[in-house]
Design a protein around this ligand. Sequence first.
Ligand SMILES: [Zn+2]
Ligand SMILES: [Zn+2]
Length: 296
Amino acid sequence: MNVIATLPDELEAQLRAELDAIGTARGGAGVSDDYLRFWERVARAQAKAQAAIRGNRLAPPTPERPEATGQLTAAEAAFDDRLLLALLEEVAEGAPDQEPGEQAPALLNAAWEEPDLLRRLATAATIGGDARPLQETASRLDIPSGNLLFLVQILARPFLVEARLRRPGSTEHDTRMLDTASGRCPACGAHPGLAVLRTGDGARRLVCLLCDETWLAPRLMCTSCGTRDQEALATLHVAEDDPRWIEVCDACHRYLKTVDQWRMTEADPLIPRAEDARTLHLDLIAEREGYVRPAL
Ligand SMILES: [Zn+2]
Ligand SMILES: [Zn+2]
């Protein structure tokens, strides 16, 4: 079945660019083919889900209100039981017998038994910011809660991206400078998945890997705990000239992967989710050094 051919032009172009970018990571240090194949399958399934959300108008349009700039609401996200299940079925299909997708079949079995499970988890894990339903389900299914969160965020993403795109002015990226103590995504409340030093002015642009929002933040600030104490902030480099590194915080022991767009070549366009997948080796280094990626 040619999944890509059924997508609207814009989603198809995005998916092709993402698959190309994931493909460039093949053979890179610390990145297994299984891992990249998993992300390719996820990207295809998510693009299809986005097309379904748009095409079926499963979600009501966001009411025209000038203040529609705060966090997305559950009504805007409009998580749909059947579509969440269909997406999980595709993600679970042929999931490798190792991380990251290994728990998908267990979650799928539970979702078949309990039709609103995925919607409850997707809401709690994203805009709800409530870890309890995830922890309860993880312990009931006897799977690590971090792995469950990982899967639920994959399922929630197409809904959050589409909900954000329905908002007026949603394409005006990078216009907001974050000036609060929280480094979280202004649209969905997630921790940023990546920081990019923007070409041109070198501004620090944070990227949400859940809803694709981008926003600006001060250069020297932990986006997890908000500290600006320079004593607590450090970087981990693989090589001095590598355009990708890790920014760590010794106040909260969390980290953020950072890409310097200045040092990237034209032929190497930055596609945030592909960038996240290809820098798995940086996650492993950060974890080995005792830092964790912020979860909820
Ligand atoms: Zn977001
Ligand atoms: Zn911190």
